[in-house]
Design a protein around this ligand. Structure first.
Ligand SMILES: Cc1cc2nc3c(=O)[nH]c(=O)nc-3n(C[C@H](O)[C@H](O)[C@H](O)COP(=O)(O)OP(=O)(O)OC[C@H]3O[C@@H](n4cnc5c(N)ncnc54)[C@H](O)[C@@H]3O)c2cc1C
Length: 476
């Protein structure tokens, strides 16, 4: 009915409309950038039938910020009319009632889902934005001054040609990443042990966790968690809650550097008896201690309890904390032994970006340069390839990619990871991306389109199965 081959040309593709992609769209709308962003055509592509919240609501944990931080993402005079229907939303009122405490992520996701639907409907109606749901990005081809985004929907393949791609498809935890980082420290996991992604465990309910760990508990097998961040302490709590009465008595937490706790002020940290480095651990802009890397809210409580008493929360499950780098004497050796004896090793050492196949026009694979905690990108999330070439027009800042610390906004000197979170997606992170995308859309095209077209045709000849001829903007 539609013909077979599908090609669409537009200015910008937003690939992935989870919290990161949606953050950019909210920000473009409230900052007044949406008309410009959509002028040459804006297509939003997401694999989900109901985009807006990505994985966030699947995690069975509390948020690492208070409810007001999420409400702040919706609080803007420019969005007032769009969000008016939220006044009748139970999710909105639930978060408002917890404005000063950390809500469940499932509640946050419910609110973000409703707000996202309102924003998506609004921009489709008012700015001619195209929304392609249930559509998977399979490949992004970088060629001269443009990108070709290959997508699949209902078994059909089609291509979008565009100048800018904002690509936030979420994160993944590659077990090789964990094994390599342990190997760098002279540590290893036995071949028979299962390396288990924290991401999957945090999405399991109590019954699922009990089923998963039943064989290990029956053999009194050892469980180790590797990492020292929020995820690690959330995993400890979920395991202890679900498995205490199924026989779990102890978990080992192997972490490279000291466990860092967040405090609003240096005075509060001193009062709590927390020792920190006043130069390296305090943010010069806000005065907060471990502002970027410290445990907060529920993870902070679990972390404090673990450090002080060696127990997980209020349960009777014990936790051994073993620091592998510059830790107290004997801890490295005990960590080595714990890992060697473990049946299950839970990976809580961050994320890598989930990417489609990335290639240059000739077919060679593009591999993106990584740094600790994410991708080596500029402040607008524009990454470097492994040859050190910047991929202008491509922007990533969500889970697994992140952005470097912005010195104007501050952080602690001891933090060397990447920054990401819903508030950042809606504000500073996406603001820099919007500016970069708009600047690019205003630049003249470097490569004559006719030559690009010829190269695309060559490439198409190799592609199977292949479908012709074109239909622009079939799905909106
Ligand atoms: C355990 C955990 C807890 C967190 N807690 C908080 C918190 O409390 N507060 C906070 O601010 N941040 C938190 N974060 C960080 C961050 O906000 C979330 O990870 C957030 O879900 C990241 O959003 P994202 O859009 O980058 O990825 P995702 O949420 O994974 O969304 C990715 C989107 O891309 C789509 N997609 C995937 N593949 C394709 C494809 N091939 N083609 C098209 N579409 C595709 C998906 O359908 C989805 O909509 C947490 C992260 C983790 C891991």
């Amino acid at each position: 009915m539609y013909g077979d081959h599908l090609e669409t040309v537009c200015g910008c593709v937003v690939g992935g409309a989870g919290p990161a992609g949606m953050g950019l769209l909210f920000n473009a709308l409230k900052s007044g950038a949406m008309p410009e962003l959509a002028k040459e055509g804006l297509i939003i592509v997401d694999a989900s039938p109901n985009p807006g919240t990505g994985r966030l609501g699947d995690y069975r944990i509390t948020a690492n910020s208070v409810g007001d931080v999420f409400l702040d993402c919706l609080r803007d005079p420019a969005l007032r009319d769009v969000f008016e229907p939220l006044e009748h939303s139970p999710a909105y009122w639930r978060i408002r009632r917890q404005a000063q405490s950390a809500p469940q992520l499932s509640d946050v996701a419910e609110l973000l889902a409703e707000a996202s639907t309102l924003v998506l409907n609004f921009i489709v109606e008012h700015y001619g934005v195209k929304l392609w749901t249930s559509t998977t990005i399979t490949e992004v081809v970088h060629e001269d001054d443009e990108y070709q985004v290959w997508v699949e929907s209902e078994g059909r393949s089609r291509r979008i040609r565009c100048r800018a791609v904002v690509l936030n498809l979420g994160g993944r935890q590659d077990p090789r990443h964990l094994l390599n980082s342990l190997a760098d420290q002279g540590l290893a996991v036995p071949p028979a042990a299962k390396v288990q992604s924290a991401d999957e465990l945090l999405r399991m309910n109590g019954v699922q966790l009990r089923n998963f760990f039943a064989p290990t508990l029956a053999r009194q097998g050892r469980v180790s968690v590797v990492g020292g961040s929020h995820s690690a302490f959330s995993v400890l709590e979920n395991l202890a809650d679900a498995l205490e009465f199924a026989g779990l008595s102890e978990v080992t937490l192997v972490h490279r550097s000291p466990i860092r706790l967040f405090y609003e002020t240096a005075e509060a940290a001193i009062e709590a008896g927390y020792s920190f480095d006043p130069l390296k651990d305090v943010c010069p802009v806000s005065g907060r201690v471990n502002r970027s890397g410290g445990l907060r809210y529920r993870a902070l409580d679990v972390g404090r309890e673990a450090l002080a008493r060696g127990h997980i929360g209020k349960t009777g499950v014990r936790v051994q904390l073993l620091q592998t780098q510059n830790g107290p004497e004997g801890q490295f050796e005990r960590a080595r032994q714990a890992l060697a004896e473990s049946e299950v090793v839970v990976q809580c050492t961050g994320y890598q970006p989930l990417l489609p196949t990335l290639t240059y026009a000739g077919g060679a694979a593009v591999s993106l340069m990584e740094v600790k905690g994410g991708l080596d990108s500029d402040p607008s999330g524009c990454p470097l390839d492994s040859n050190g070439q910047r991929l202008y027009g491509l922007h990533l800042f969500g889970l697994g990619a992140g952005l470097g610390v912005d010195p104007r906004l501050g952080s602690e000197a001891s933090f060397d990871g990447r920054i990401y979170g819903v508030w950042q997606f809606h504000n500073d992170a996406s603001g820099a991306v919007i500016d970069a995308v708009l600047a690019r859309l205003q630049q003249p095209v470097i490569q004559p389109v006719s030559l690009s077209r010829r190269l695309i045709v060559n490439r198409e000849e190799q592609r199977q199965p292949f479908l012709w001829p074109a239909l622009a903007n079939a799905q909106s």
